[in-house]
Design a protein around this ligand. Structure first.
Ligand code: G3P
Ligand code: CA
Length: 265
């Protein structure tokens, strides 16, 4: 999924499930990944962070209270910051009930569990989620991926993995560790010419918030040989606009809606 030549293989942008199929299942859980596969997403975007004892887990927020029952399980702990908890402690949390009782008991998955849930046909867009004060996460993610038996050789052969981050420095550190894995740079503000020109020397994707994107930006990114994935596109009208702009991937909480739109358009 890294190069423009490999994209649009089904006649449109890649369908990328944001935090899994997070519109209907709890974000960044195995349930959300499994649902994204059922929704025929091409790829699943998830966020990766590091626990106090160095395990890599899939989780979006820097703190635990929005999407888990941490207050119930650890009422006396002062910190709600994920990286202050060990993997064993996190394993005690319910990361599903906040969305619906249907998902009660859904755990926070490790990176390894998330990758296992993807199977071999669904690609991975892995966001290195760097919270305040976090250092060395790019390198830790490279190590974590290396430690999953058989995964990296397979991902490289299938071109099924991209690593991205808003933290471009740590993306670069990841890239220095594993230069053959394609990387993407996330942009919450419109990228400057200089940022894009630099990205083109070592990254494969520039991935901006969809509200920043127009034809000029898409063409500029493509002219530099980069792919462009936009996020987080949940309204059908915005999906259509992104498709018409010729982006390479659309990151959405509702991959089933985008899949249907592509099928019927
Ligand atoms: O993949 C891009 C998107 O996930 C970035 O925003 O906050 O949902 O991680 P966020
Ligand atoms: Ca993300």
């Amino acid at each position: 999924i890294a190069g423009a030549a490999e994209t649009n293989h089904r006649g449109g942008p890649e369908v990328i499930a944001h935090r899994g199929s997070s519109g209907v299942a709890p974000e960044n859980t195995v349930a959300a990944i499994t649902t994204a596969r059922e929704h025929r997403a091409d790829s699943v975007e998830v966020d990766v962070q590091r626990t106090a004892d160095g395990e890599l887990v899939l989780f979006h927020d820097c703190t635990l209270e929005r999407t888990t029952n941490v207050e119930e399980v650890f009422p006396d702990r002062e910190s709600r910051v994920l990286s202050d908890y060990t993997a064993d402690e996190l394993a005690q949390l319910d990361a599903g009930s906040w969305l619906s009782p249907e998902f009660a008991g859904e755990p926070i998955p490790t990176l390894r569990e998330g990758i296992r849930a993807l199977g071999v046909r669904t690609d991975l867009l892995l966001e290195v989620k760097v919270c305040e004060g976090e250092e060395g996460l790019g390198e830790a993610v490279a190590d974590g991926l290396r430690e999953i038996p058989g995964y990296l050789p397979r991902a490289l052969a299938l071109d099924s993995l991209v690593v991205q981050s808003f933290d471009h420095e740590q993306t670069r550190e990841f890239h220095d560790e594993l230069p053959r894995v394609p990387v993407g740079l996330l942009f919450g503000a419109r990228p400057t010419d200089a940022e894009l020109a630099d990205a083109a020397t070592w990254a494969q994707q520039a991935n901006p918030r969809y509200t920043l994107v127009d034809q000029e930006l898409v063409d500029q990114v493509h002219s530099l040989g980069l792919d462009i994935n936009v996020w987080t596109v949940n309204e059908e009208a915005d999906m259509t606009a992104a498709v018409d702009l010729g982006v390479d991937g659309v990151i959405t909480d509702y991959p089933q809606v985008l899949r249907e739109l592509l099928r019927t358009s």
